[in-house]
Design a protein around this ligand. Structure first.
Ligand code: NAD
Length: 333
């Protein structure tokens, strides 16, 4: 199978490492508007790959079976639709896109295409997450949950890449970028979300970013469960993410980073492979998810993470932005 990648920035090494480990997948082309980035990636990962600055030209000339999209958020919808229009499968970085209108356009484009989309919520594959979901099911489901993402992103981080911290290009702040993974997991534990009441703030990055660096959400679910979720990039360090699931039979599951506790007592979890590039907080899941993506393409089985399921946390956080603006709870469609 032939593949290509658009966006040779910070996360691209995780994709390229995963592709390189797959003997039946050949990386034929790389694209970045900053040519040195694409050339550096080619030199490191695939010396025979072609390098492009124009992704449409790359798709037309190299005709890959799949393309990885690892570009700023506002480009996800356009690039996915262009690939699908050419019948090319897409492995898309989170978030799906930045608006409901874009979700609708992408969904329509996938329906009309022979290509399919898999979205990169790699943490869904973490052993601790899979175990927590299984245990919560055995304990009658989740009645209440709380979760916190408390990370540190300084002004330098936001200034280095111009698309960060701007509504038009990032689509929001901590919620749509750093915290969307944890929000996605919380939804995985609690079920179908129905309402959200939220407040967002910019506590530490006023004058640096125009979007929120902090958010708090109260989410209602069809099951009757409630979840309280807080997220910030204004913390003093990257603390491990925290989730606590209060199950309907009275048992309590706590996740702190990769560790799991049952009623406060450590519970054994199979260790995730830690040999991966990039930041600790990105986890180890890219390699496993990308392998599953290509296996699904080969066998014709369903995508491991569909566009439809990956759009759910995005719809919740877009509703949270509206709730914060309007000062009222918002129903989630
Ligand atoms: N799954 C995860 O855990 C995870 C972690 C980090 C980033 N991400 C996501 O990956 C995406 C990229 O993030 P990043 O941190 O690598 O950003 P980045 O800014 O480091 O890299 C983006 C790259 O895209 C290139 N680019 C911009 N416009 C382009 C265009 N029109 N054509 C081709 N290339 C273009 C930029 O030059 C840059 O090299 C984002 O969606 C981000 O949310 C996901």
């Amino acid at each position: 199978m032939k593949t290509a990648l658009i966006g040779c920035g910070a996360i691209s090494g995780n994709h390229l490492t995963a592709i390189r480990a797959l003997p039946d997948v050949e990386l034929v082309a790389l694209c970045d508007v900053i040519p040195e980035r694409a050339e550096a990636a080619r030199n490191k990962y695939a010396p025979d790959a072609a390098v492009y600055a124009d992704y449409r030209k790359m798709l037309d000339e190299t005709k890959p079976d799949a393309v990885h999209i690892a570009t700023p958020h506002h480009l996800h919808a356009e690039m996915t639709c262009e690939a699908l229009a050419r019948g090319i499968n897409v492995f898309l970085e989170k978030p799906v896109c930045i608006s409901e209108e874009e979700i609708a356009r992408m969904t329509e484009a996938e329906k009309k295409s022979r290509g399919r989309v898999c979205v990169c919520f790699q943490n869904r594959l973490n052993h601790s997450v899979l175990l927590a979901k299984k245990l919560a099911g055995e304990f009658g489901g989740v009645g209440s949950a709380r979760a916190a993402v408390t990370w540190c992103r300084d002004a330098e981080y936001y200034r280095t890449d111009g698309w960060r911290g701007k509504a038009a290009t990032e689509g929001g702040g901590v919620l749509i970028n750093q915290a969307i993974h944890e929000l996605d997991l919380l939804i995985g534990y609690c079920g179908v979300p129905s309402t959200v009441s939220a407040k967002t703030a910019n506590h530490r990055h006023a004058g640096v970013i125009e979007v929120e660096d902090t958010a708090e959400l109260l989410i209602g679910f069809d099951s009757g469960a409630t979840a309280f979720f807080t997220a910030t990039t204004a913390f003093g360090c990257d603390a491990p993410n925290f989730d606590e699931l209060f199950c309907r039979n009275g048992r309590r599951i706590t996740l702190l980073g990769d560790a799991l506790y049952l009623d406060g007592v450590p519970y054994e979890v199979e260790a995730d492979d830690r040999a991966f590039p990039g930041k600790e907080c990105w986890g180890a899941g890219h390699v496993r998810l990308i392998r599953l993506f290509y296996e699904a393409l080969s066998s014709g089985s369903p995508m491991p993470i569909t566009l439809e399921s990956a759009a759910v946390p995005l719809c919740v956080l877009l509703a949270a932005y509206r709730s914060s603006e309007q000062g009222v709870p918002i129903k989630i469609k």
